[in-house]
Design a protein around this ligand. Structure first.
Ligand SMILES: [Fe+2]
Length: 477
């Protein structure tokens, strides 16, 4: 075996190595430290890569098959489950008993034109129309998953009407359950945008004009508008034609944000320019002002320098590790609809990413963002702290985890009967590399720095992962 493969921290060792078991653990197996509050209930679920088989060829962290980890909280009790998302590719490889696809550091599978890279559905998970939906960052088939059993229900074609794929970051408006999504690719149209109704049926889908293939990762919504991204980091098309994955940052090109009414058409998109950068994730957006003063405000984590400086002699493997370092900060963009002008400013200079809000307020003005802090110099990347950013007061509260811990994107869970935006709890999964076990910590959302109120100890590994969601009890009924 290749020596590089044997040293790949995303395959071997802590906190990334995949787990091989699917478990259902009740209170006799879980150890709960502290007391779980009785005034909240629901499901915390997080997606992430978890290779079913030892990959052939060079492995990238983003290649692993999707696996969901979840804790159901109810009446002061907790139940943990982890399950793979059984995509069509997962099922095919399982039946074959071996990997069929290689990862993005290797060549595309030319025999699978419909799926040259394996659609793992490993990136995000959202709740809509009674079930979870898992998605993939390179645009894939959305999969429906039962929120209580975590059993994969199957691919979702949005009522038989979806003719494209769907990117990882869909946005759900919890006031009317519209689901907004986009899709991107290397063939025209390079982007599409759609809206799915509360009944799960696609009701609006339009092409978006872009000057060429792009690699947007997220979008944002307000009550009446959607915001799409054309960022100056995209694939090298010569490499793509040769079946290789290579991306470049074009520092001389601006970032562009396309704003259209939620049910707008291709011609309704208005593009706003901003400083060159890359953005993985937006935390929220909303509308301010009326008439000629109407402004769309968007908050997102801005990478001012999307690629790291590599040390002399850096191998392709070193470059991957360097590229996963996080040096972003939360930035506020203001897009003035009448003048077409953009202004932007940092909300904070803290290094952070994976920010979440009280999702009931998605598209409405929010004040608080909960996210992760990172040390840019630490490799491989580690989710090292829990952050709470007050975007009005411009203050930060944080809790630093011990070096053995790798946390996850936190979720805000409203307290029963809560009326204030931040009245509730914050949950996060962690992996403890010393004990080689998973944990789930619960914080008071208004007292992050005070440390956790309760910890659920999970007697198996819980590898580092990507995105999650909190589904309140009332949505599960
Ligand atoms: Fe993401």
């Amino acid at each position: 075996m290749d020596a590089i493969l044997e040293q790949n921290p995303y395959l071997d060792g802590e906190p990334f190595a995949p787990v091989t078991e699917e478990a259902t653990l009740g209170e006799t197996a879980l150890r709960i430290e502290g007391t779980l509050p009785r005034d909240f209930g629901g499901l915390y679920v997080r997606n992430g890569p978890n290779a079913q088989f030892r990959p052939e060829g060079r492995y990238h962290w983003f290649d692993g098959d999707g696996m969901l980890h979840a804790i159901r909280f109810a009446d002061g009790h907790a139940t943990y489950r982890n399950r793979w998302v059984t995509t069509s590719a997962f099922a095919e490889e399982r039946a074959a008993g071996r990997p069929i696809w290689r990862g993005i550091r290797e060549s595309a599978n030319r025999e699978r034109r419909e799926q040259p890279f394996k659609d793992t559905s490993n990136t995000d998970v959202k709740f809509h129309n009674g079930s979870l939906i898992t998605t993939w960052y390179l645009c894939g088939v959305p999969y429906r998953v039962d929120p209580l059993t975590l059993a994969t229900l199957g691919p979702d074609d949005f009522g038989g009407k979806l003719k494209t794929r769907v990117s990882a970051h869909i946005k759900v408006d919890e006031t009317n359950w519209d689901l907004m999504f986009f899709d991107y690719g290397i063939r025209k149209p390079y982007m599409t945008y759609g809206v799915v109704g509360a009944d799960g049926v696609l009701k609006h889908h339009v092409p978006i004009d872009l000057p060429g293939p792009r690699l947007p990762h997220d979008m944002s919504i307000t009550e009446n508008y959607s915001i799409l991204m054309d960022l100056p980091v995209f694939q090298d098309m010569d490499a793509a034609r040769a079946g290789r994955w290579k991306t470049d940052w074009h520092a001389d090109m601006p970032a562009r944000f396309g704003i259209l009414p939620r049910y707008g058409d291709t011609k309704d998109v208005r593009w706003f320019e901003a400083e060159s950068c890359y953005i993985y994730h937006s935390t929220n957006a909303w509308e301010e002002g009326t008439g000629d003063d109407k402004t769309i405000v968007m908050e997102a984590f801005k990478f001012e320098r999307p690629f790291a400086d590599y040390p002399d002699g850096a191998t392709e493997f070193d470059r991957m590790l360097h590229n996963h370092r996080i040096n972003a900060h939360l930035q506020r963009y203001r897009f003035h609809l009448k003048s077409g002008k953009t202004t932007e400013e940092p909300v904070t200079r803290d290094i952070g990413e994976f920010g979440m809000i009280n999702t009931r307020m998605n598209g409405r003005k929010t004040r608080y963002v909960y996210g992760n802090g990172f040390d840019y110099d630490e490799m491989p990347v580690r989710f090292k702290s829990l952050m709470r950013w007050d975007t009005e007061a411009r203050t930060t509260e944080s809790f630093e985890f011990a070096p053995a811990f790798n946390a996850s994107e936190p979720q805000f869970c409203a307290r029963d009967g809560a009326t204030a935006e931040d009245d509730g709890y914050v949950v996060t999964f962690l992996h403890n590399s010393d004990t080689r076990q998973g944990e789930c910590w619960l914080f008071d959302a208004r007292a992050i720095a005070a440390g956790p109120l309760a910890k659920v100890h999970i007697p198996q590994r819980l590898p580092a992962g990507f995105h999650g969601i909190w589904v309140p009890q009332e949505y599960l009924k």
